[in-house]
Design a protein around this ligand. Structure first.
Ligand code: MN
Length: 259
């Protein structure tokens, strides 16, 4: 049976005065999970813990996706003038789920905002804007006219990290679409990759759980770099616990309803 990977949604607000909001996940993450053998389960923006609990009980792994900035109040800082948009309800959904997943040793993959969410969930902090607060760093944000798969800088995975074993090379080229970054590393996490300027590009947990996070966007590099697909495949493999192999379906599919 395919593992179910939970992926918290972003809030998408419609333009104009009516102002309706939707919960949505970019298709690139969903396709990356599907081609790697998982079934994605979208977790909506909600303020109800009971909803989160019910969905969390179904999933085998948690994917934290990219998105808007985390509210700096979550790491005890006032907003910097260069802070971007925030979504405090999404912060709550993701930080709650991340806390549960870490406590349960559930496999977790963090991407872009996801590495930042993991870090903040563990008590770490962020550069609210790299250009303003860490000006010695190279440009890590992308311009609107640049494609998502533009290779922007190299990263060097730390030997012996899960990331190094998965990627299989001492250096890889990655895209870079973030204006925030990891500042202080949270408790129970360690750095597994850096950009040439020293900025953190990878984190993993110190414990036994499969917790891997990267600052770049592997889901936009699947076609040109097979190593990026390996990252998703390793996550899906970790989420495929032995019980799933011979398990009956959670619910029977296509069973006629009783009259
Ligand atoms: Mn970068």
């Amino acid at each position: 049976m395919q593992p179910l990977v939970g992926i918290p949604c972003a809030t998408i607000k419609s333009e104009g005065a009516r102002g309706s909001a939707s919960s949505a996940v970019p298709q690139s993450y969903l396709e990356a999970l599907e081609v790697s053998g998982a079934a994605p389960l979208l977790i909506p923006i909600t303020g109800r813990e009971s909803t989160l609990r019910a969905l969390y009980r179904q999933i085998d792994g948690l994917l934290l996706a990219g998105g808007v900035d985390l509210d700096p109040a979550r790491y005890g800082e006032p907003p910097h003038p260069a802070l971007g948009k925030v979504d405090p309800r999404r912060d709550w959904v993701e930080l709650t789920l991340t806390g549960w997943a870490l406590a349960d040793n559930m496999p977790l993959l963090g991407i872009c905002r996801g590495i930042q969410t993991l870090n903040v969930a563990c008590g770490g902090s962020l550069w609210q804007d790299i250009s303003a607060q860490a000006p010695a760093c190279a440009r890590h944000h992308s311009r609107p006219d640049e494609p998502y798969n533009r290779l922007a800088h190299t990263v060097r995975p730390e030997p012996h990290s899960r990331l190094a074993r998965i990627l299989g090379d001492p250096e890889v080229e990655v895209n870079s679409l973030h204006h925030q970054g990891i500042r202080d590393v949270g408790a129970g996490l360690h750095v597994t990759a850096r950009a040439p300027d020293g900025l953190v590009e990878g984190l993993e947990s110190d414990g036994d759980g499969w917790v891997v996070a990267v600052q770049w966007h592997p889901e936009w590099l699947l076609e040109e770099d097979p190593r990026m697909k390996k990252l998703f495949e390793a996550f899906v493999q970790a989420s495929t616990h032995p019980d799933l192999a011979g398990a009956p379906p959670r619910r029977s599919v296509g069973t006629p309803k009783r009259k």
